[in-house]
Design a protein around this ligand. Structure first.
Ligand SMILES: [Fe+2]
Length: 269
């Protein structure tokens, strides 16, 4: 269920956002830009330059798509607020990243559970200009399209711990590449600088066995060294790894159960 309704683009793909909606973008954009220098990975920062996103208006998809198509052949597709899993994989397999064309309300400026246009464009699109990363997401979509419902549950963990909440370490420099982090004020700092979460080397089988919660700051981050690490994990042998993960079972959750008294909800997105 969602309280948000995506806006319908006109015949040319443009959306008529209100001044208040554009102000929300400007506020979020400015706030994140001050935080991500030195924290976001270089490929993301380069992608931001390539896209040349507006700092004061919600970017229009045809404009973002022109830059994305030129870089890697990807584009962003306008979708309703929530879409079924099957449609999601179909879009990715077609090099289309789904984005709901609504922006969070003032009341949810720091955190909302569902992805809005700020998360989709600011969080996800810059890295889709990187050829290896973009091909990884494309292959992920193709594998998901042919996966069973059970396999898709495990594939969702790969998405979560890489595309949404991945960290990357080159030499001794730990940076962020996950869109769920890069669109979040608090998690941008917490993911790198807090001593609370675990930071584990990326291992596909470990990722497949690791449960997560979407509504708290993450308790585990998986760290890659280069995008080839996740690109190489994304071939048909992943289904064999999923069978192994099912056989071995899930790791114990490293977070409190939802609704448990000690479960602190995250306060920021
Ligand atoms: Fe996302």
């Amino acid at each position: 269920m969602t309280q948000y309704i995506a806006k319908t683009p006109d015949g040319n793909g443009y959306v008529d956002y209100t001044a208040e909606e554009n102000n929300t973008w400007a506020f979020l954009y400015d706030r994140q830009m001050k935080l991500i220098r030195g924290r976001a990975c270089d490929e993301y920062l380069l992608g931001l330059d390539i896209l040349g996103l507006s700092n004061d208006n919600i970017p229009q998809l045809p404009d973002v798509n022109r830059a994305l198509r030129q870089s890697t052949g990807w584009e962003v597709a306008a979708v309703p607020a929530l879409i079924p899993f099957g449609r999601f994989f179909e879009l990715l397999a077609n090099k289309q990243f789904p984005a709901a064309t609504f922006i969070r309300s003032k009341e949810e400026i720091d955190y909302l559970q569902e992805p809005d246009i700020f998360h989709e464009i600011y969080g996800h699109c810059p890295l889709l200009t990187d050829p290896i990363y973009a091909e990884f997401v494309h292959n992920y979509g193709k594998l998901g399209l042919s996966a069973t419902a059970q396999e898709r549950v495990y594939l969702a963990r790969v998405f979560w711990f890489t595309i949404e909440f991945g960290l990357i370490q080159k030499n001794n420099d730990l940076r962020i590449y996950g869109a769920g982090i890069l669109s979040s004020k608090s998690e941008t700092v917490y993911s790198l600088e807090s001593n609370k979460p675990q930071r584990k080397p990326f291992d596909l089988l470990d990722v497949l066995r690791t449960p997560y919660r979407i509504d708290i700051m993450q308790t585990i981050y998986f760290v890659i060294h280069q995008f080839e690490d996740i690109y190489n994990a994304m071939d048909t042998s992943i289904m064999q790894r999923i069978s192994e993960a099912i056989e071995l079972g899930n790791f114990e959750p490293s977070f409190p159960e939802k609704n448990a008294p000690s479960a602190k909800s995250r306060h920021d997105c």
